[in-house]
Design a protein. Structure first.
Length: 240
C-alpha cells in the first residue's frame, strides 16, 4: 500500500507541477507579490496532496519566536518539504537557494520572479557580496530572509561536522542587523533526499528563541549551531 501511495503522489506531484507551471506562465509577467501568491497556491496544493495521499502532515511550533516584519531565519534542511512549507507559513519569504535551481524549468523561473535569492556556492567572495546585497533589499521591504546554514540537505542524525555551518549566515547576521531565528526540523525522517518513498506521519518544524543582533561572529555561530542541532536531535527522537 505504501508503495502504491508513493507512486500515486509522485505522479500527482510531477503531472500537477507541469500543469500548474504551464497554466501559470502569465504570472511570470505580473508583479513579484502576485507571482509569490501563485507560488503559495502551488505549495499548498502539493502539501494537501501529500497529506491526502501519503498521510504526511506538518506541525509548526514556536511561531511566537518569529518577529513581525524583517528577520533572518536559519533553518535546518532535510527535505523538499522544508522549502514547500515556507511560502504558506511566512507569506512572502526571500529564500536563499542554490543557483543551479534557477535553471530548473518552471520552478526556477517562478522562484526568481517571486524574489528568491540565488547563490553560487562556488562563487567565493563575490557571491557572498551579492547574497548580502540581495538580502538587504529583501529586508528593506520587510520580508523575512530564510537561509539553510549548512547549504544543502542533511540526513537525520548526520553530525554537523560532516556539513559545517557556512560563512553566509555569519555575513547576513552581521550586515542585516535583524533578529536571527534558528529553526529545527525532522522532515528527513519522512521524506528523505531523492527518496521515492514518503512515510506517513507528522513532520515538526520548530522555531527557536531569536538571537539578538550584534553578537561577535564566533559566539553567534556557536550559539546558532548548538540550538539548531540540539533541537533537531530532540525532534528526530520524537519522530522515531
Amino acid at each position: 500500500m505504501s508503495r502504491a501511495r508513493a507512486l500515486l503522489f509522485n505522479v500527482v506531484f510531477w503531472v500537477g507541477t507541469l500543469v500548474f507551471g504551464i497554466a501559470g506562465l502569465p504570472f511570470l509577467l505580473t508583479p513579484r507579490r502576485t507571482a509569490m501568491r501563485f507560488g503559495r497556491f502551488w505549495a499548498q496544493a502539493v502539501l494537501a496532496a501529500l497529506k491526502l495521499i501519503v498521510g504526511l502532515d506538518g506541525e509548526i511550533r514556536g511561531r511566537e519566536h518569529i518577529p513581525p516584519g524583517a528577520s533572518l531565519i536559519a533553518m535546518k534542511h532535510q527535505s523538499m518539504w522544508d522549502t514547500l512549507i515556507l511560502p504558506p507559513l511566512l507569506g512572502d519569504p526571500a529564500v536563499v537557494i542554490k543557483r543551479e535551481l534557477l535553471f530548473v524549468p518552471f520552478y526556477g523561473w517562478y522562484a526568481a520572479r517571486a524574489g528568491s535569492i540565488f547563490i553560487d556556492r562556488k562563487g567565493g567572495a563575490l557571491a557572498l557580496r551579492r547574497l548580502v546585497a540581495a538580502a538587504k533589499r529583501a529586508v528593506a521591504m520587510g520580508r523575512p530572509v530564510v537561509i539553510f546554514p549548512q547549504g544543502t540537505r542533511t540526513a537525520p542524525g548526520q553530525p554537523a561536522a560532516a556539513l559545517p555551518y557556512q560563512a553566509g549566515i555569519a555575513a547576513l547576521y552581521r550586515e542585516l542587523a535583524v533578529p536571527l531565528v534558528p529553526a529545527a526540523v525532522n522532515s528527513g525522517l519522512y521524506w528523505g533526499r531523492r527518496a521515492f518513498f514518503k512515510r506517513p506521519g507528522r513532520i515538526v518544524l520548530q522555531f527557536l528563541e531569536p538571537i539578538p543582533p550584534g553578537l561577535p561572529r564566533r559566539e553567534v555561530m556557536a550559539t546558532l549551531e548548538t540550538r539548531i542541532e540540539a533541537a533537531t536531535a530532540v525532534l528526530e527522537r520524537e519522530g522515531r
